[in-house]
Design a binder for this molecule. Structure first.
Ligand code: S3P
Length: 171
């Protein structure tokens, strides 16, 4: 059984994949993303799964994908933005090094805008963001061993801040 060198959580569009890939490079490890695992296994996009089966079905797939990856991947692992909604997943994360990449709502709206590939933001993105972060902020914080703010920072700066926060030595 493997365990990830670190797990990235945070809202969609915060840069988990970009920063995750940079962290993996710096740590000379692999990079894995549970959204990609789901898309590969299902042969459908996340948006298609939401539309065809609804959010609950997607969350069940996501929970299974996260649990599998936490026990099978030894590199950097990025979780979909809503993975922390599940209490079992949060409990499982307790034994891991978890970095919460945060951003404020205005930055979020600017970065994601109206993005059809992100079904949760399809209508009125600013209001959706505010509600989403009100519901989730404490959950992200509850699983995090380090919180790294991304506002106004380049992906390289965020990567360095995450390494510093965790005091991880590069490979
Ligand atoms: C979601 C985030 C998305 C994806 C799905 C739902 C969420 O992942 O899992 O659209 O609930 O925040 P990213 O955070 O990788 O965009």
């Amino acid at each position: 059984m493997s365990r990830p060198v670190l797990v990235l959580v945070g809202p969609m569009g915060v840069g988990k994949s970009t920063v995750g890939a940079l962290l993996a490079e710096r740590l000379d490890s692999g990079y894995r993303d549970t959204d990609e695992d789901i898309v590969t296994a299902e042969g459908r996009t996340i948006a298609e799964i939401f539309v065809e089966e609804g959010e609950d079905a997607f969350r069940a797939l996501e929970k299974a994908a996260v649990h599998r990856a936490l026990g099978a991947h030894d590199g950097v692992l990025a979780l979909g933005g809503g993975a922390i909604l599940d209490a079992d997943t949060r409990a499982l994360l307790a034994g891991h090094r978890v970095v919460y990449l945060s951003m404020d709502v205005e930055e979020a709206v600017k970065r994601t805008g109206l993005n059809a590939a992100r079904p949760l933001l399809a209508v009125n993105p600013r209001k959706q963001w505010r509600e989403l972060m009100e519901a989730r902020r404490h959950l992200y914080e509850s699983v995090a061993t380090a919180v790294v703010a991304t506002d106004g920072r380049t992906p390289e700066e965020v990567t360095q801040a995450a390494l510093d926060a965790l005091e991880l030595k590069e490979a």
